[in-house]
Write a protein that binds this ligand. Structure first.
Ligand code: FES
Ligand SMILES: [Fe+2]
Length: 450
């Protein structure tokens, strides 16, 4: 009997073959694994600055046990967890002016892992010059502590993106821990169909009624990764929304409660977030919620709810009672319950999943490139010194046409063409130029008839 015959037969659970293994190439992140080595070539968020007080903090990254601390001179350090003397965990160490002192015999480690003192030895001991403790470099930026975990000679510049400079924006750091593999959480950003079902039709309207309208969906490569393009008819408006993936594991998401009611042009993001592996079966979303008028026209957002294991929109952690989560599941419930590591060989991908498939393809291509000794792709473009990104919401007035499905598809394609392609992407006033071109296009539609 072929596997296909079993799959289409009712009551066939007993006859299933044993569960296939997960896709290790894309999901596993240990040192030496293709994806682990690829992800390590980029600055990765480790913790919020507010998580690091006067005491050291035990953390895990890519399956490695580490200790994060802040020396009294203000510099953060990230050391291998176990002391180079006899292995005591440095989470029990004491933060001093220049570093972290092990509680057991007082060895003092600098933020870069150099051994500054071995106080039990004679003053002329050379031991500290012959041993170095493992450490990773850190960079603290706007309330998030980032680390670089790859080969030192490949360390990139700390990247700056255009969305760090949105007018009147406040970047509020937040983090959420998910007890599952990093990829299933990250690829959710390229799954716009779940917004229709999980977030709107299945239990209740979690964000806005317009999300329940099945959009035209497209997936477009960018110099930095890819975007999805969803284009919806909503009353007399056409709403185009794109989320960004910036390879490998950075994502940007538009306005959370966007309802498609009011015209807007290239309104920028509400979230910039990394999904970073703690190990193969745990990951952490760390990033910023953006608070600016474009991302919250109705005043729903709540900065006070954003922080450690908390964010101001529905369904992002497992803190609710189990039965509430069953009745009104959110992103956390849908993604974590895909198994500790989602098994790709058991999936039946559909047309809706083209974004997920494309993201996996890009990640595979890039991790293979690194495994073969190449450099990972990054966008070469700069706008005012920052890398241009593409996530946006645009809503234009355009009443329904005779062949409305074809019309809205054309609107989505044209606006995406303006946003993603074009020589203006390296211009200092790129956002203004994009908005001017979209506005011209919207005007041209207002003058056309069917
Ligand atoms: S085990 Fe750390 S100083 Fe001895
Ligand atoms: Fe979602």
């Amino acid at each position: 009997m072929t596997q296909k015959t079993i799959l289409i037969k009712p009551y066939s659970a007993y006859e299933r073959e044993r569960q296939p293994a997960e896709n290790a190439e894309l999901t596993h992140v240990e040192k030496g694994s293709p994806m682990g080595e690829y992800l390590r070539r980029f600055w990765q968020p480790v913790a919020l600055s507010t998580e690091l007080g006067e005491l050291p903090k035990a953390v895990r990254m890519f399956g490695e046990d580490l200790v994060l601390f802040r020396a009294k001179n203000g510099k953060p350090g990230l050391l291998e967890k176990h002391c180079s003397h006899r292995g005591t965990s440095l989470e029990f160490g004491i933060c001093e002016d220049e570093g972290l002192r092990c509680c057991y015999h007082g060895w003092l480690f600098g933020v870069d892992g150099t051994i500054l003192e071995t106080p039990g030895d004679p003053p002329d001991s050379q031991l500290r010059f012959n041993v170095c403790h493992g450490a990773y470099p850190l960079h603290e930026y706007r309330g998030i502590i980032f680390g670089y975990f790859g080969p030192p000679q490949e360390k990139p510049e700390f990247p700056l993106f255009d969305t760090y400079a949105i007018d009147d924006d406040r970047l509020v750091p937040y983090c959420l821990t998910y007890p599952c593999n990093w990829l299933q959480v990250h690829e959710n950003v390229m799954d716009p169909a779940h917004a229709v079902f999980l977030h709107t039709r299945i239990s209740f309207t979690q964000f806005a009624e317009a999300w329940g309208e099945l959009p035209d969906m497209d997936f477009v490569p960018t110099p930095a990764g890819m975007i999805y393009v969803t284009t919806r008819r909503w009353k007399d408006k056409v709403w185009v929304r794109s989320n960004d993936i910036i390879l490998p594991n950075l994502a940007q998401v538009g306005h959370i409660w966007e309802d498609g009611q009011d015209d807007k042009c290239f309104a920028r993001v509400a979230i910039t977030r990394w999904t970073t592996p703690i190990d193969n079966q745990t990951c952490r979303i760390i990033g910023w919620r953006h608070f600016h008028p474009d991302a919250d026209p109705r005043g729903i957002a709540d900065e006070a709810q954003c922080g450690v294991e908390s964010v101001d929109f529905f369904g992002q952690n497992g803190a609710r009672p189990y039965e509430d989560r069953q009745r009104m599941p959110g992103d956390y419930d849908a993604q974590v319950s895909q198994r500790p590591i989602a098994v790709h060989a058991l999936e039946n991908l559909t047309r809706c999943d083209r974004g997920v498939a494309m993201l996996r393809q890009l990640l595979r291509r890039e991790s293979n490139k690194v495994a073969q000794g190449g450099k990972p792709s990054v966008s070469p473009l700069r706008t005012d010194g920052a890398t241009p990104t593409y996530a946006h919401d645009t809503v234009i007035s355009a009443p329904p046409r005779e062949d409305d499905a074809a019309f809205i598809r054309e609107v989505g394609k044209t606006i995406t063409g303006i946003v993603v392609r074009g020589e203006h992407h390296e211009a200092a006033d790129r956002d203004r130029q994009v908005r001017a071109r979209i506005e011209d296009y919207a005007q041209s539609l207002a003058g056309t008839t069917v």
